[in-house]
Design a protein around this ligand. Structure first.
Ligand code: SF4
Length: 283
C-alpha cells in the first residue's frame, strides 16, 4: 500500500516530558505508585510496570488511593490533579512526583486568574476525564459543560464569563459550543485551551488528497487518539480505522485499499506506530 504519513503524529512534548520524569525516578526499596495511567496508552504503561512501578488504575478517587498508601512515592499523571492532594500526600510523608504537562498548568493558572477577577468560569470538557476532574477541583464555583452533551440551561442569565476547556477536544466541535455561548452571554471571553499538539494533529488531515483509507493509531482509552478518529470519521467519506496495535491491524483485510494515510495520537509511542507503518507499506 502506498502510504502518506501525517506531518505531525505520535508523542507530544507533554507526554515525552512525563515519561522522561518517570524514567529518571530514583528507585529505592520503597514502592512507587502511579495513581492513574500517566498517559492513556497501555503499551507505555506496561513498560512502567516492567520497571517496577505499581499502577493503581481502578475506579477509586485519587484521594482514596493516596489514603490507602503508607509509604513510598506517588506519581501524578500528565493530566493534572487536585492540588489539595499534595497536602494529603505530604501529611502521609509520601514522596510526590508531578508530571503535569506545562500546557495543563498554564490552563489551570488562567482559570485561577479568571476566578480571582470575579469572573464566572465555564469549563468545557469530557466527563470524568482526569484533566476535567483536575480543572473542576480548582473551585466548586466552576460551571461544567459536557463537551458531548452541553446543558445550556446551566448558563442562563450569566454575565462576565470566562470560558476554558480541556486540551484534547476537537476544534470544530468546541467552536460550535463557544458560538452558542457567545450568542447567549453578553460579556464573555473565550480561552481556546486546546493544546498546540492536539491542534497540529487534527490539522494534518488537510494533507489528505486521494487516499482511500485512514488509519489512526492510538489506544481506545486515549482521548486525543479517539478525538482524532472522530475528526477523520466526520470529515471524510473514506474508511477510517482506529488501531491500537499491530496485532489488531493484522486481522483486517485491506486488499481493496491502494493509498493509506497514517496518523497517531499524542500518547502513542513510536514502538507501536513504526511496526504498523512497516506492515502497511509492505501490504
Ligand atoms: Fe500536554 Fe497537549 Fe500533550 Fe496533553 S496532548 S500532554 S496537553 S501537549
Amino acid at each position: 500500500m502506498e502510504i502518506t504519513l501525517a506531518t505531525h503524529y505520535g508523542f507530544c512534548q507533554g507526554v515525552k516530558n512525563a515519561i522522561n520524569i518517570v524514567n529518571n525516578i530514583n528507585h529505592d526499596n520503597k514502592p512507587i505508585y502511579m495513581l492513574n495511567k500517566l498517559v492513556h496508552n497501555n503499551n507505555v504503561c506496561e513498560q512502567f510496570i516492567n520497571n517496577g512501578i505499581i499502577i493503581l488504575d481502578d475506579d477509586r478517587s485519587l484521594e482514596e488511593k493516596i489514603n490507602s498508601i503508607n509509604e513510598g512515592t506517588i506519581i501524578f499523571s500528565a493530566h493534572g490533579h487536585d492540588k489539595k492532594l499534595n497536602t494529603l500526600a505530604k501529611n502521609k510523608n509520601l514522596n510526590i512526583i508531578d508530571t503535569t504537562c506545562p500546557k495543563v498548568i498554564l490552563n489551570e493558572k488562567s482559570i485561577i486568574k479568571a476566578l480571582n477577577e470575579n469572573k464566572t468560569v465555564i469549563y468545557i470538557g469530557i466527563k470524568k476525564h482526569p484533566e476535567t476532574i483536575a480543572s473542576l477541583s480548582i473551585s466548586n464555583k466552576i460551571i461544567f459543560l459536557d463537551f458531548f452533551n452541553p446543558d445550556y440551561s446551566l448558563i442562563e442569565n450569566l454575565d462576565n464569563v470566562s470560558v476554558h476547556n480541556q486540551t484534547t477536544l476537537i476544534q470544530d466541535d468546541l467552536k460550535k459550543i463557544n458560538d452558542v455561548l457567545i450568542k447567549k452571554i453578553k460579556h464573555i471571553e473565550i480561552h481556546n485551551d486546546i493544546c498546540f499538539a492536539t491542534t497540529l494533529r487534527q490539522k494534518c488531515f488537510d494533507q489528505i488528497t486521494n487516499e482511500d483509507v485512514i488509519f489512526v493509531i492510538g489506544d481506545k482509552i486515549s482521548s486525543n487518539s479517539t478525538r482524532l478518529y472522530e475528526v477523520a470519521k466526520n470529515k471524510f467519506k473514506i474508511d477510517v480505522y482506529h488501531i491500537s496495535n499491530l496485532e489488531e491491524i493484522k486481522k483486517l483485510d485491506l486488499h481493496k485499499y491502494k493509498k493509506g494515510f497514517i496518523t497517531a495520537g499524542a500518547s502513542t509511542p513510536d514502538q507501536v506506530i513504526n511496526p504498523i507503518i512497516k506492515y502497511l507499506t509492505n501490504y
